[in-house]
Write a protein that binds this ligand. Structure first.
Ligand SMILES: Cc1cc2nc3c(=O)[nH]c(=O)nc-3n(C[C@H](O)[C@H](O)[C@H](O)COP(=O)(O)OP(=O)(O)OC[C@H]3O[C@@H](n4cnc5c(N)ncnc54)[C@H](O)[C@@H]3O)c2cc1C
Length: 408
């Protein structure tokens, strides 16, 4: 009987085994995960779950008995140490070898660490796992002064959660604006204003030079900046991005270019190995280039393509990148890909000052990405605009009286 081994029991791993069973794969399926929790989704960890409004159970991808009832051999607390491509097996931490006919890598990302003196002090934390979120929630309740290092999505969501918990919050950003590299200055300014309006002490163009210990010497007491400023802190949350976990793939000899390089069917340089989720640098037929997308929707949907490839179906993955965030009273969705060529302009339809709008990133008159902020049910229309590659009249694009569906 054939066997598929999936390494990494996060969202992408769990959806891969689900996809295999949905597509009628009747061989053996083994899901190996380093964590001891069954697969769960991470977005609630910096939002509702961190704030205490979402139930823990809601984060899990499947009910506890799902794996047994779908004949999936789920082995938790089982980090895979190496892959043998020639021998077609993997070796886990205890030395057990598990053979495969197809191997799916879904090892996700890990948070980047702050490399300054004092970053190992107690009270300096990262956020990736359910345990991290539990710990952070408890700490927020007991830490009046929180410093968030980094102004990316997770840093800003944690800042919002910390404000909701009643903490004084400083956010330290290296760039002139948070999120500027993803959104450009036009929309990044909106997020900066949102945080300042909610009492966050947002400091841009800052560089952390040291985490300073308190009087006892073991716990954080302050954060020192390169310009000499010192900010008192009871808790420091480091949110400076994540790196794909590609060591296993690289050591096995698979092609890795800051992500496991895969084709549109998610096959790696060894076609019996596939990669999904945060680690996959996949060729995207619509975008015409390889992209690696560190977002929930990608981890949710790519696995169905991987399962299709394994059962012999021809279904390239070409969903447009999509992500979302919730911060204070702002909810937004972003779809599309601005890419290496950037954009010429951002066209706003709606009210930027009141944060109720749809923004379009345009290149040569064509919409390459769109973001709806506190406006809902427009993602399909925005995707249709992007996929059409049509040159859209600027005035009609910005006019809320022209329905999005009438623009094409
Ligand atoms: C706090 C937080 C909030 C987020 N919020 C959003 C959001 O609002 N919107 C959005 O679009 N995205 C969000 N994301 C990103 C999204 O969660 C990720 O893109 C998604 O989790 C990727 O899924 P994955 O399965 O590829 O990887 P992961 O979720 O990282 O799972 C990989 C799993 O593989 C395991 N593993 C690694 N190496 C091995 C090994 N050698 N052997 C066995 N197991 C191994 C890991 O322990 C982990 O459990 C958020 C992420 C975080 C951390």
């Amino acid at each position: 009987m054939s066997q598929v081994v999936v390494v990494g029991a996060g969202l992408a791993g769990a959806k891969t085994v689900e996809g295999l069973r949905e597509r009628g794969y009747d061989g053996r399926v083994v899901l190996l995960g380093a964590e001891t929790e069954r697969p769960y989704e991470r977005p609630p960890l910096s939002k509702g779950y961190l704030q205490g409004s979402d139930e823990r159970e809601g984060a899990f991808v499947h009910p506890p008995d799902w794996y047994a009832t779908h004949d999936v051999d789920l082995r938790l607390g089982t980090p895979v140490a190496s892959i043998d491509l020639g021998g077609r097996d993997v070796v886990d931490g205890s030395g057990t070898r598990t053979g495969w006919d197809h191997l799916v890598l879904a090892t996700g990302s890990e948070p980047r660490r702050l490399d300054v003196p004092g970053s190992g002090l107690e009270g300096v934390v990262h956020l990736r796992t359910l345990d991290d979120s539990d710990r952070l929630r408890a700490l927020l309740g007991a830490a009046p002064r929180v410093v968030v290092v980094g102004g990316g999505w997770i840093g800003l969501e944690v800042a919002a959660a910390a404000r909701a918990a009643g903490c004084a919050v400083s956010v330290l950003v290296r760039d002139p604006l948070p999120l500027a590299r993803v959104l450009g200055p036009e929309l990044a300014t909106m997020f900066a204003e949102l945080h300042r309006a909610n009492g966050v002490d947002l400091r841009t163009r800052t560089d952390v030079s040291e985490i300073v210990a308190d009087g006892a010497g073991t716990h954080v007491g302050a954060v020192a900046l390169a310009d000499g400023t010192v900010i008192d802190a009871d808790l420091v949350v480091v949110g400076i991005g994540a790196a794909p976990r590609v060591d296993l793939a690289r050591s096995a000899g698979l092609r890795v270019e800051s992500g496991v390089v895969v084709d549109a069917h998610l096959r790696a340089s060894d076609p019996h190995v596939l990669a999904v989720g945060d680690i996959a640098r996949a060729h995207h037929p619509f975008l015409g280039t390889h992209v690696r997308v560190e977002h929930w929707a990608n981890a949710l949907h790519q696995p169905s393509t991987a399962a299709a490839t394994i059962v012999g179906a021809d279904e390239p993955y070409d969903r447009l990148p999509y992500f979302f965030t919730d911060q204070f009273d702002l909810g937004m969705e972003y779809v599309g890909y601005v890419g290496a060529h950037g954009y010429d302009e951002v066209v706003v339809r709606g009210d930027l000052a009141n944060r109720e709008l749809v923004a379009f990133w345009r290149r040569a008159g064509r919409v390459v990405a769109g973001m709806n902020v506190n406006v809902w049910d427009v993602v399909d229309d925005v995707q249709a605009l992007i996929r059409s590659r049509a040159v859209i009249d600027r005035d009609r694009l910005s006019d809320p009286d022209v329905p999005l569906g009438d623009l094409l």
